[in-house]
Ligand binder design. Structure first.
Ligand code: E4P
Length: 215
């Protein structure tokens, strides 16, 4: 499973990229709104740092508007992926983007049927939202398993991005259940590094080193 970072914050992207773990970035309108910058300028900046897929979401709700917005966003850089909501209009846009060679990420996926529809329309990626399903008492991880099983069974090459990740256990489980990618907020990426025994081990090694007989 590969890692994307789920943020529009440039410092977070630079820092995560420096660890050598980052294969892409996902943004959404809420994440961009927090940054108080021009969306297009920020996308350009991100694509100059990360060579992998950078998802940029359209705001229009009709296919025509999504196609117009998506074409403009895709012209910013070769690695822009157009993020489209899981609606009939969204899939019309995905179908057109597919023919034009523009990559797409169908977002706000909450069922296996939605993922299958999006894949058949030609989506490059589907994004099932784990945390938001958990929030309403469903099991987001079971959805990853179902989609992965269906895509394997039917030889579908659309990649599954585990999204709406809230904690490290989501990451481990998404990997075990067959997600191709997890898009992870910066805070959770940092939590993935941590283990108390690692910290204690470093402390002990240093203490032993400093107390060695220097004669
Ligand atoms: C995915 O691409 C979305 O940006 C994201 O994962 C949404 O997560 P949230 O439910 O924490 O807002």
């Amino acid at each position: 499973m590969k890692f994307f970072i789920d943020t529009a914050n440039i410092e977070e992207i630079k820092e995560a990229y420096s660890y050598g773990i980052l294969s892409g970035v996902t943004t959404n309108p809420s994440l961009v709104a927090k940054e108080n910058v021009s969306f297009e300028d920020r996308l350009k900046e991100i694509t100059e740092i990360v060579s992998g897929s950078v998802s940029a979401e359209v705001i229009s709700l009709d296919a025509e508007g999504m196609i117009e917005e998506g074409r403009k966003l895709a012209s910013i850089a070769e690695n822009i992926t157009i993020k489209v909501p899981m609606t009939p209009e969204g899939l019309k846009a995905v179908h057109v983007f597919k023919k034009e060679g523009i990559k797409t990420n169908v977002t706000l996926i909450f069922s296996a049927n939605q993922a299958l529809l999006a894949a058949r329309a030609g989506a490059t990626y589907v994004s099932p939202f784990l945390g938001r399903l958990d929030d309403i008492g469903h099991n987001g991880l079971d959805l990853i398993s179902d989609i992965a099983e269906i895509f394997t069974l039917h030889k579908i090459d659309t990649e599954i991005i585990a999204a709406s990740i809230r904690h490290p256990q989501h990451v481990t489980e998404a990997a075990l259940r067959g997600a191709h990618i997890a898009t992870v907020p910066y805070k959770v990426i940092m939590q993935l590094f941590k283990h108390p025994l690692t910290d204690q081990g470093i402390e002990k090694f240093l203490a032993d080193w400093n107390s060695r007989n220097k004669s």
